[in-house]
Design a protein around this ligand. Structure first.
Ligand code: CAA
Length: 381
């Protein structure tokens, strides 16, 4: 066991940290207040390698591995969770096409994703009636000569209105999970329309829309992976995606602690800084301990992914623990700030709103427990 970062990991973390400090953090409040999708940052993030951290150099990625990806996500999320979720989904799409795509698909789509040329990637799995159970999706893809024709509606699609590359799941037969296949659809394809952006409680700088496919035709070469393998592709992508959301949760949790420490040193009550009271100190001690535990879970899952070992259980454990940790920490941070925690002059109310979705997207806490329990029982034979 080695807790030291490699030179590459340190470089990616420091690059992300500097960029977060100089560019992302100063505009995070406006991004949230104005519900402004940070489209202009994607080219910059692409240039820094942040959109394809675990994608081979031959496809334009940083080839720095999953631990580096986790570190980078933590840094961007600590500055702006809205920006980090678009980064996470773009990395997830780029990795999925890298893993399962044909040479032509990789060449065309991965390069555009990791450079930021496609702006963002979108992961169109959920439907209005099918979130936790994607196998119940009703969107269809029907073969028509050399094209696939897609019809249906996807829901809660991160960056959906901006994404140049969208990975879409559609039913190619009525065989439950095995009837799902995966397709690449380019933004702007005729027959694809984005709904009105959702007015969300948090992550307000992230664009969340429904996507409707009406006789939307894509070339037959846009089938990603094998026909009927879509469900497995989704599960594979989500294993990695859950490391991303665990890391996002750690970033937001860390930002909540940093804000709380600053405030606890400045704010005085009963003639002394509130950080001198044991009540505050015990809160900070618990917060830091929980954050460190979540970080270690995220990095362990990422290290196992880098070692090409199975990491489904570890990714779900990291996502479950980190997302619930970040909600607890942000709630504590508001408490430490008192009335100031409840207004937007201080960042902690944004952190609390942003953290809330982390126990919901990329698989709810309940789904993570289903996955973990299955793996525990499977391992016991
Ligand atoms: N990797 C590879 N294959 C896997 C897998 C994994 N982690 N997990 C399951 N599979 C395979 C199984 O081996 C099985 O294959 P066979 O049919 O050959 O045996 C097949 O997939 C079906 O698996 P299950 O029987 O376990 O499927 P299930 O219907 O019971 O569902 C589930 C399992 C874990 C509940 C799954 O449906 C799930 O994860 N649901 C949550 C969906 C989710 O996370 N959605 C998030 C939306 S995306 C998002 O939020 C992005 C964003 O914007 C931020």
């Amino acid at each position: 066991m080695d807790f030291e970062l490699s030179e590459t990991q340190r470089l990616i973390r420091d690059t992300a940290r500097q960029y977060a400090k100089d560019v992302v953090a100063p505009r995070a409040r406006q991004t949230d207040r104005e519900h402004r999708f940070p489209a202009d940052l994607y080219k910059q993030m692409g240039e820094l390698g942040l959109l394809g951290v675990n994608v081979p150099e031959a496809l334009g990625g940083a080839a720095a591995g999953a631990v580096s990806y986790s570190l980078a996500m933590m840094e961007i999320a600590a500055a702006c969770a809205s920006t980090s979720v678009g980064m996470a989904v773009t990395n997830m799409c780029a990795e999925l096409i890298t893993q399962f795509g044909t040479d032509e698909q990789k060449d065309r789509h991965v390069r555009r994703l990791v450079s930021g040329e496609a702006v963002a990637g979108a992961f169109a799995l959920s439907e209005p009636h099918a979130g936790s159970d994607p196998g119940a999706g009703k969107t269809t893809a029907v073969k028509d000569g050399s094209r696939w024709i897609l019809n249906g509606t996807k829901q809660w699609i991160t960056s959906g209105a901006y994404a140049g590359v969208i990975v879409v799941w559609a039913r190619t037969s009525n065989d439950g999970n095995k009837g799902l296949s995966c397709f690449i659809v380019e933004g702007g394809t005729p027959g694809l329309t984005a709904g009105k952006p959702e007015e969300k409680m948090g992550l307000r700088g992230s664009n969340t829309v429904s996507l409707t496919f009406e006789s939307c035709a894509v070339p037959e070469g846009n089938l990603l992976g094998k026909l009927g393998d879509g469900f497995k592709l989704a599960m594979t992508a989500l294993d990695g995606g859950r490391i991303g959301i665990a890391s996002q949760a750690c970033g937001v949790g860390r930002a909540a602690i940093e804000a709380s420490v600053r405030y606890a040193k400045e704010r005085k009550a009963f003639g002394q800084p509130i950080g001198d009271f044991q009540a505050l100190r015990f809160m900070l001690a618990d917060m830091q301990t929980q954050l460190s535990a979540a970080e270690l879970l995220a990095w362990r899952a990422a290290a196992m992914k880098d070692q090409k070992r199975p990491f489904t259980r570890e990714a779900s454990m990291a996502k479950l623990f980190a997302s619930e940790m970040s909600n607890r920490l942000c709630d504590r941070a508001v408490q430490i700030h008192g009335g100031y925690g409840y207004i937007d002059e201080f960042p902690v109310e944004r952190y609390l709103r942003d953290a809330r979705v982390q126990t919901i997207y990329e698989g709810t806490s309940e789904i993570q427990r289903v996955v973990i329990a299955r793996e525990v029982l499977k391992a016991a034979g």
